[in-house]
Design a protein around this ligand. Structure first.
Ligand code: GYE
Length: 318
């Protein structure tokens, strides 16, 4: 009898000691593999901080964090390595929308649930991911355009700094903005190009816009604050006053945008919260308890025009 009990105990230990991928010791923790895009913007840095600090604050969470340095191939490699390590949950913020199907099928075959944070993927089989948490980027684009309309900037030449080509926020922020433009035919986009969501990209592309169009530009719409901040520098170097000669609206609402607004150089920022850490680990814990998650978890966000910048800057968390 003793022998049988011992054997049983060993079997239980063996089974419980091996998780989905079969190589991991079970210390009662939930292991989450997270593939981050990189550190292209202040938004992304705040997003990483939110995820890492929230994981550190939860004793039941073990985070395996991988930085893809803006390369999709690195994200795919990281996800494959999470599968091989047998993590409990995979989470990632896809740099672009397409091209993730194969690796998501591999995760699904390994029985590992996938949570999308911040950005969506474009896959036919939506059961390949459990939930997508993050902002409504189309709505952000609408909000940026609606702010211009509400200020009377409806008969304007606009230049647009797009985010990373093929990324969900670049595609959606353009769509939302153009939707509002359709109802306001005096709003024209005269130049549009990607600045890859970086300050240096924003500056470089704005320099080219100014070279081509100069005084013809009334408004700059930047898909994120970092590109707007880079563009502000280009506008000043060109000899125009950002925020006055060229009206600027951008997205994210990071601290740098509030500083630029207080200096009168940026006119409006549309909020996009990077503080997804708590939501992410709540979802991972719920999954491990066998709970059902909503397919879409949308972040709550606002719009901040220049007039309120000084009043709210101290309450900003990123
Ligand atoms: O707006 C930008 C970042 O995916 C919402 O990525 C995110 C975007 C954010 O680089 O600053």
């Amino acid at each position: 009898m003793k022998k049988v009990v011992m054997l049983l105990c060993m079997a239980v230990l063996l089974v419980s000691g091996i998780s989905a991928g079969g190589q991991q010791e079970d210390d009662g923790k939930i292991t989450v593999g997270f593939s981050q895009i990189g550190a292209e913007s202040a938004w992304r840095v705040a997003n990483t901080e939110s995820i890492q600090s929230e994981a550190a604050a939860r004793p039941n969470i073990e985070l395996k964090f991988a930085d893809a340095q803006q390369k999709q191939e690195n994200q795919i490699k990281a996800i494959r390595s999470f599968i091989a390590q047998g993590v409990d949950v995979i989470a990632f913020s896809p740099v672009v929308e397409t091209g993730f199907e194969a690796v998501l099928v591999e995760a699904s075959e390994a029985g590992i649930p996938v949570i999308l944070t911040d950005r969506a993927v474009d896959v036919q089989d939506e059961s390949l991911w459990v939930t997508f948490m993050g902002s409504d980027f189309v709505e952000e684009g609408r909000r940026a355009a609606n702010w211009l309309v509400s200020e009377g900037y409806t008969d304007v030449n606009i230049v647009e700094l797009q985010g990373t080509v093929g990324s969900a926020p670049a595609i959606d922020r353009k769509t939302g903005f153009e939707e509002v433009m359709k109802a306001n035919p005096g709003m024209k986009i005269i130049k549009t190009q990607s600045g890859d969501f970086t300050r240096s990209g924003g500056k470089e592309v704005m320099e080219a816009f100014l070279k081509a169009e100069g005084d013809n530009i009334d408004v700059l719409y930047a898909h994120n604050d970092d590109m707007a901040i880079g563009a502000i520098q280009a506008i000043e170097e060109y000899g125009l006053a950002p925020g006055k000669d060229i009206i600027i609206v951008s997205i994210d609402a990071v601290r740098g945008a509030f500083e630029a607004m207080i200096e009168g150089k940026l006119n409006c920022t549309v909020e996009c919260s990077p503080l997804l850490g708590p939501q992410l680990f709540d979802a991972a814990e719920a999954l491990m308890k066998g709970e059902e998650l909503p397919k879409r978890i949308v972040t709550n966000e606002g719009v901040f025009p220049q007039e309120v910048a000084a009043d709210v800057i101290d309450s900003r968390l990123y």
